[in-house]
Write a protein that binds this ligand. Sequence first.
Ligand code: AVI
Length: 740
Amino acid sequence: MTRPAKRPAGALQPALCDRFLSVRADTEKLVAPLSAEDQNLQSMPDASPAKWHRAHTTWFFETFLLKEDAGYREFDPAFRYLFNSYYEAVGARHPRPQRGMLSRPAADEIARYRRHVDASMADLLARRGEEEGIAALTELGIQHEQQHQELLLTDLLHAFAQNPLRPAYRETAPAGASAPVPLDFIRFEGGEVEIGHDGAGFAFDNEGPRHRVLLRPFAIANRAVINAEWLKFVEAGGYREPRFWLSDGWATCVAEGWQAPLYWEKREDVWQQMSLAGLVPLDSAAPVAHVSFYEADAFARWCGKRLPTEFEWEHAGRHCGHTANLRDEAYLRPRAARTARGVLAQMYGDVWEWTASPYAPYPGFHATDGAVGEYNGKFMINQMVLRGGSCVTPQGHIRATYRNFFYPHQRWQFSGLRLAEDAPRLHAGSGSAVVRHSGFLRDVWSGLARPQKQIPSKYFYDAEGARLFGEICELPEYYPTRADIALLGGLAGELATVTAPDTALVEFGSGASQKTRILIDAVPAIRTYVPIDIFPEYVAQAEREFHDAYPKLEIVPIVADFMQPVALPTALDNRPLLGFFPGSTIGNLDEADAVRFLERARVTLGPKGRLLIGIDLVKDAGTLVRAYDDAAGVTAAFNRNLLGRVNAELRGDFDLAQFAHRAIWNEELHRIEMHLVSAAEQTVTVSGRAFHFRAGETIHTENSHKYEVNGFAEMAARAGWSLVHHWVSENPRFAVLLLG
Ligand code: AVI
């Protein structure tokens, strides 16, 4: 194994040089478990030997940087020919399918080559690392080497899969029995969206220019397609049935004799899969990998779905703030998603996802002058785009705009898929909000089958519901929003004095983020804003608006269900965290769920985190009922809109005029209840299932709990929180609590 060169004292570009040396050292760590024989294996023309990857990445730095530097001593002129990959402008090269013939130079010689180039690069960076051209090419070389690290592992897997012993590259943790996350579709309204890299930080040339693309409403799966689902396709004869396949795909399937993904094999009637950990039992909950575009496309058609375009993928990918299983997890094979239902998972990591988009230049793309212009541009023909990175992609090497590309028949990469579908337009006035519709039918059916009929209040908030709630907040009778805003305005100065520098404000269910501005305006210690919401488009809107309004504020958007513990990015480790949950939204949860939320928030924010939470207080029944049954009938419309949503999205036939809004104060349970009262005996159908209503029978649609400060503090204590401070406004009574 080689040791990286030491960075000379006084180097001008420590960050770049350190990164260079550490990525170079990573390559050597990857090959450490390999023998010289392993390193020289080439199992097919598409794959290259590990030794060749080590040499070629070194050649890249030597050719494009060192040879331009006066006084550089070339390591061996023969390497110009041996280790050029495809750069016509640099000269002739050894044929790609024959790379495995290069038993000489031996692995030790390549190690010496690497050390020579590392030392020369460290010297170059120390002298000239601040020159723009040198820094840019070095960065490109680093990124190029990371791409080859990934190829090295995928190529090695292919080589080891040819060995009857099915050797392991590295033993990794066993898969364990994992339950699959249910498949769910997350809807995006689309419209005209920005696609491509914005120029901040590194990107490959093929990620730009940034441009606008029109997207029709679409829905994209919450996770990648898993092995269990693929197995059904296999068992249903998917590989024998031409009608699901594109013509070229079917011809390839027949010619290649495909019957399952690459690396699947049945032993004693049990499916196994070759992996970097050797032959392992097929993990049914893990994403399917090593399928070609042709197979992915046929599978999607078999399901009645389609692949997302690369633009849909990127738009959705911008709403996913966390990475999944990348190389640094050291698992080295796809793993079951671990997020909650309804949350976009695995966008970054596990498997590269085939898209429906051909790899083509973006409008205005020009390859750069010179040999490095050959890097991406000349391949923009006959290939398909994949997005998202895989379990062998290095951490930090993937982003929403990253475009990978392969030919549609290739399957030795960790290539899988995520399903998408066209989404119907929402009913009139839907605006740009997003709705999550799966689970809705299940909840409506089971809720209407109960003795006390009910529909969960979380379904109020489609675009029309969100608009009506905005109107409710302006009503003279609905005091909580005004009371909360007034309290926050008054306490923000005090909060500023107790907030640690560099605090990250983590807002649960950020929605329109209206109240957040009060805190950010008054508390300069807040350096980062983390809006968490299950609706991707709210999070995107918060990101846009806060970016414009507060250019210095760092924004870390997260699409997640805040009822689950949310994994914050590691960059926030050790930072002071202030949670924010205003508006007495917690009052819409029953007690068990409220405690569960508080427990999960404690996990998310950590033992030193604090939580600023708004709660509505018990008060006279008249004030309460008026707030939830206003004279203008806005709350009634908000309540009835739930039935409109069932009609529009679940093929319901509710006659809205036959259901009256009712708000009642439940003295015993300290809550306002909202109901819809059936005006007559009637039968209503939802997606083909009939539900009978007696005259006067109600659907319970919402609870809004009202508290006392001490009672709430006791409940919070059960979740591990203590009351640090509280502020109460009188008339009408409302409170904001700081928990720690
Ligand atoms: C969102 N939530 C805090 C409101 C509340 O007061 O419970 C929802 C609402 N329902 C009717 N009016 C407002």
